[in-house]
Design a protein around this ligand. Structure first.
Ligand code: PLP
Length: 398
């Protein structure tokens, strides 16, 4: 049996990212062990009966739980100061489960329009098919949200800052409005990262992550997580939904993600420092019309950024001079920065949102969101920042 070596002493966040939730087997291995097992054996029929009745703690089946997955969830809980973490096989598994577990036909869902493409698909295409009344909100103005939440609402879903235009939403204010409307606020915190923004502390009921992004941070796994302090939400909805529909994280991926948490903070802070330098560099380029980065004083919601984020994130978008052909020429001229729609990785990447992540949207929807054909998005990595800038400079001159 694994033995818990969790301390009774309250330790600090970074220590928990390295050691939180650890258990050791009888071999006293130093590093976290990996249990690649789908099932568990009982010493007797009676024990199996007690385990299924919940009278004895015992793993039943890895769709329900697995020791390696538990270590990852414990560490995530400590990081987010949440009572509950449910991991999932992907970020989209987390997003879908967070909504589908609790919504039923006739319920009202208010969702931001400025969402990651697949999240928008779930909210604006899938949910209406299940008879859920979906209201899409394009603006981050609080009076628009007040209006949208003036009727009883079961759930609110938003992402802040948003992909790729860095629109910011006021989590505290929207959480108040959500409570008044009788619902739960779910925040997709991927862009802000757990290092720079704590939605639960700001009043959100549920936070969701694609762990594929900064939490893995090294491009190896796809995964997700749902965190909450809402016992009713977990016990009555989420727990059973995940158990019986199966969006379960594999123990192998959980192990990689557990090890990745050890370096999350230092990776993200260094990437964010590089991103500030790159944003500053880009703002001085003549072929750049506009830099879209939450930290710039000309960002329309600069004050809100200061209020709810302790850092600026690792994503920088730009509006280039010229059309799509010019944007493609720039992207194709990059020699080091990879063309990829992923983000949050140690390797810097570039993508053209209008033709990739957001191509499913109608041209008018893209225009409403500001995702024009000359917008290019960078995910800034851990290379030497001088090499990142050199690559951008040579591609701009090409
Ligand atoms: C990537 C991403 C997702 C989806 O996560 P997957 O792990 O790709 O399923 C959801 N929201 C945001 C903001 C993302 O960047």
């Amino acid at each position: 049996m694994p033995k818990s070596i969790s301390s009774t002493v309250t330790r600090r966040r970074q220590t928990n990212l390295v050691r939180g939730g650890m258990e050791r087997s009888q071999f006293d291995e130093l590093s976290e062990s990996m249990f690649l097992t789908s099932s568990y054996a009982y010493t007797s029929a009676e024990q199996a009966q007690r385990a299924f009745k919940g009278e004895e703690e015992h793993y039943l089946y890895s769709r329900y739980g697995n020791p390696t997955v538990t270590v990852f969830e414990e560490r995530m809980k400590m990081m987010e100061k949440a009572a509950i973490c449910q991991s999932t096989a992907s970020g989209m598994g987390a997003v879908f489960a967070s909504l589908a577990c609790m919504l039923k036909a006739g319920d009202r869902l208010v969702a931001s329009k400025a969402l990651f493409g697949s999240c928008d698909y779930v909210c604006s295409v899938l949910m209406p098919r299940y008879g859920i009344d979906v209201v899409s909100v394009l603006s981050s103005e609080i009076n628009v949200w007040e209006n949208a939440l003036s009727k009883p609402t079961a759930a609110v879903f938003l992402e802040t800052p948003s992909n790729p235009m860095m629109q910011m939403f006021d989590i505290s204010a929207i959480s108040e409005l959500t409570k008044e409307a009788g619902g739960r606020l779910i925040v997709d915190n991927v862009f802000a990262t757990p290092v720079f923004q704590q939605p639960l502390e700001l009043g959100a009921d549920v936070v969701v992550y694609s762990t594929t992004k900064h939490i893995d941070g090294q491009g190896r796994t796809v995964g997700g997580a749902i965190l909450t302090n809402d016992e009713v939400y977990y016990q009555d909805y989420l727990r059973m939904f995940v158990r019986h529909t199966g969006p379960t994280l594999s123990p192998f991926n959980a192990w990689i993600l557990t090890k990745a948490l050890e370096t999350l903070d230092i990776r993200v802070r260094q990437q964010a420092a590089n991103a500030i330098e790159v944003a500053d560099f880009l703002s001085k380029q003549s072929s750049v019309r506009k830099v879209i980065f939450p930290g710039l004083p000309d960002h329309p919601q600069f004050r809100l950024v200061e209020q709810q984020m302790s850092g600026l994130g690792t994503i920088v978008a730009v509006e280039l001079e010229g059309d799509q052909a010019r944007a493609f020429r720039f992207i194709n001229s990059l020699e080091m920065i990879d063309i990829s729609n992923n983000l949050g990785d140690a390797k810097s990447m570039v993508t053209h949102p209008a033709s990739t992540t957001h191509q499913r949207l109608h041209a008018q929807e893209r225009e409403d969101l500001g995702i024009t054909d000359n917008v290019v998005r960078f995910s800034i990595g851990l290379e030497d920042v001088e090499d990142i800038k050199d690559d951008i400079a040579q591609a701009m001159n090409a």
